[in-house]
Design a protein around this ligand. Structure first.
Ligand code: C2E
Ligand code: MG
Ligand code: MG
Length: 636
């Protein structure tokens, strides 16, 4: 080539390849993607005008000086436009979610406006020799200055909003800035190598690969958009104040299909499900996969949303077929019709998840309303307090006395956890234990509880008060951990508490969920000296097989079962027989929820060995407990 345009041609090839890739892939037109597209189009124009300007200068005689100069000026304009687009891209990427103020918007375009004015008012000078062409003069200098301003502001924004920005985004922006600046420097030192366009082309490809590649937003398994795309999409809708209507659904039970029939069936069902959902609302309704079996769908009007929900309901009332097998799938949907109830994308996803996960009703479809959001906020607050309490060792133990009928004294305590927040508000276990089980906090919480109980034992006070052992509740999730026994034994050993002083309460649900692990844990702890009680006996699944399988010492009759004895004759007959059976099987029995003398006498007559309930005492903090036990005497 007579004139050096091979670099520009190479740049053109690069942007053409990127354009093909961009056009080929599915996109959800995210905010950043739009800005990237603008940057991309501006760069492509700039590269084309670069080539055109060289060709025009070469053929100035043919096309005339005016046209040549117009083309050269357009080229200069497009370079500044690219720099401006880059600063815009950086600014929006960093300022996520915030509207731009008018004067910031106007200020951003000021250098570009000045450059346009200079381009209109002043002529551009063109140098041309046998194998070298370039432009110079006031127009070129202004362009350099304007570009420099934009590139520096872009760099400045990327530093300022570094925390807000996607890391890859920052690196790509820096890459582009450095590449263009270096190319410009080389070009200034040696007019024969025109590298700026090539640097832009490489920068565009790099950004595409790192950031704007639509694959980044697609879930590989189902080809729906992924959770990241959902967050970006929701953020854009909220930022632009565009109304949107969302349905979030979770399909239940697929996990069991995997356990029972294998991974292939599970994958196949997932595919069918995703194909159905992505098809149900047409191409205008983006579908996102937010969790393993959770999807969300965004509509632009309420009718469409309700129609989609109806279609989903209809489809789920029929079977899903995989090979020769047919499955009925359970699902839950939460839908939002008032987007103003939501403050951010994170809030949106958390709220919808809450409505699906903690849906107190049996309904499969629930609408997100203000009341529900208040409940969700309370739960979030509890979650925060729980985390805070675990981190700050602010878990408090209350102890409820257990009365031995034979010895006519308090021989044991049940440790019951409470959380007191920064303002002194007490949270009861019913408020946070189910939550802690769901979010995994129960494991550190369980360890803190045991440590507190051991600390109390180590203080020597319980022994002085005649207490022989303390009962500690174990939740199902704790029982499912194969590290439970060793972890607990280590805590007891470190705190020098003999394991026989700790009696652990488990529930039948634990036996159902993870029998093998539970038994392993029980055996290890039993060998060390701890013993076990079955809590809440008679409250739910009372399987005889659990009683026979599990190495238990005590059975704790659930308070509902105790109360039912007094409420109806059938329950009374059943309990009498159950107590006889439990005794014959060798267990000792603790009756919970005993609130008055009559209940106490009846349980005593039935042969129950231990009594726990408000009749003797409510759960108490250690100081109150000491006072209570020091003054306690009972004979009946
Ligand atoms: P639970 O283990 O069955 O504990 C007995 C619950 O019954 C306690 O409620 C206690 O205050 C209450 N109670 C005791 N006597 C009476 C009575 O005479 N009348 C009435 N109405 N209630 C009585 P609390 O402390 O609110 O605990 C509720 C549940 O939370 C516990 O039931 C247990 O399942 C769970 N929990 C409590 N502390 C812990 C803990 O440290 N770890 C774990 N994993 N769960 C705990
Ligand atoms: Mg208990
Ligand atoms: Mg109980």
């Amino acid at each position: 080539m007579a004139y050096n345009i091979q670099f520009q041609v190479a740049a053109l090839v690069l942007v053409i390849i990127t354009a093909v890739l961009l056009l080929e892939k599915r996109a959800i037109r995210l905010y950043l993607q739009r800005d990237y597209l603008f940057l991309f189009v501006a760069s492509s124009f700039s590269i084309c005008f670069d080539i055109l300007s060289v060709v025009a200068i070469m053929n100035e005689e043919l096309i005339g000086q005016t046209l040549t100069h117009v083309i050269c000026k357009l080229y200069l304009f497009t370079i500044a436009l690219v720099a401006c687009a880059l600063s815009q891209y950086t600014y929006k990427g960093g300022k996520k979610g915030k509207q731009m103020v008018f004067w910031t918007k106007a200020a951003r375009f000021l250098p570009l406006v000045i450059q346009v004015a200079v381009l209109i008012l002043f002529p551009v000078s063109v140098y041309r020799s046998e194998n070298l062409v370039y432009t110079y003069g006031v127009c070129v200098i202004t362009t350099y200055v304007v570009c420099f301003i934009y590139l520096t502001t872009s760099f400045f924004f990327s530093l300022l909003y570094f925390k807000n920005m996607n890391r890859h985004s920052c690196y790509a922006i820096w890459f582009l800035i450095v590449a263009v600046l270096m190319a410009a420097l080389i070009q200034m030192l040696n007019n024969e190598v025109l590298l700026v366009s090539l640097a832009m082309g490489i920068g565009m490809v790099y950004m595409y690969i790192k950031l704007e590649n639509p694959e980044t937003y697609i879930d590989n398994e189902t080809h729906a958009f992924n959770n990241y795309a959902c967050t970006e999409y929701a953020e854009r809708m909220l930022r632009e104040g565009k109304p949107f209507y969302v349905a979030y659904m979770k399909v239940e039970g697929i996990r069991y299909i995997k356990e029972d029939f294998g991974g292939y069936q599970e994958k196949e069902l997932l595919w069918q499900l995703a194909a159905f959902l992505t098809g149900v609302g047409g191409s205008k309704m983006p579908v996102f996969r937010n969790g393993f079996f959770s999807f969300s769908m965004f509509c632009s009007n309420e009718e469409k949303l309700k129609e989609t929900v109806e279609q989903i309901k209809k489809r789920f009332s029929t079977n899903w077929k995989v090979g020769k097998m047919q499955f009925k799938l359970k699902y839950r949907i939460a839908y939002l019709t008032d987007y103003k109830l939501i403050s951010s994308a994170k809030d949106l996803i958390e709220t919808l998840q809450y409505f699906v996960e903690y849906n107190e009703t049996e309904k499969a479809v629930v609408e997100v309303d203000e009341e529900g959001i208040a409940r969700k906020n309370k739960l979030m607050e509890t979650e925060r307090v729980l985390q805070w309490a675990v981190d700050n060792n602010a878990v408090q133990m209350y102890y409820q006395p257990i009365f031995s009928i034979q010895e006519q004294r308090i021989t044991a305590l049940e440790a019951l956890v409470r959380i007191v927040d920064e303002k002194g508000q007490i949270f009861m276990p019913g408020d946070f234990i189910p939550l802690a089980e769901k979010n995994g906090m129960i494991l550190p919480l369980g360890n803190s509880i045991l440590k507190k109980v051991c600390e109390y034992w180590k203080s020597g006070e319980p022994q002085k008060l005649g207490v022989e052992y303390i009962e500690v509740n174990l939740s199902v999730v704790q029982c499912m951990q194969d590290t439970l026994a060793h972890g607990f034994l280590k805590i007891m050993q470190d705190m020098e508490v003999p394991p026989e002083r700790i009696n652990l309460e488990i529930t039948e649900t634990a036996a159902i969920h993870s029998e093998y692990t539970l038994l392993q844990n029980m055996r290890t702890l039993l060998r060390a000296g701890s013993s076990f009680a079955l809590d809440d006996y008679g409250s739910g699944y009372s399987g005889l097989s659990n009683l026979l399988k599990l190495p238990l010492k005590h059975i704790k009759l659930d308070r509902e079962l105790v109360w039912a004895y007094f409420a109806n004759e059938k329950s009374a007959v059943a309990l009498r027989h159950e107590i006889a059976m439990l005794h014959e099987l060798g267990f000792s029995i603790i009756a919970e929820g005993v609130e008055d003398e009559h209940q106490y006498q009846t349980m005593k007559e039935l042969g129950v060995e231990f009594i726990q309930g408000y009749y003797f005492s409510k759960p108490l903090p250690t100081k109150a407990l000491a006072e209570f036990l020091e003054n306690f005497s009972y004979e009946n």
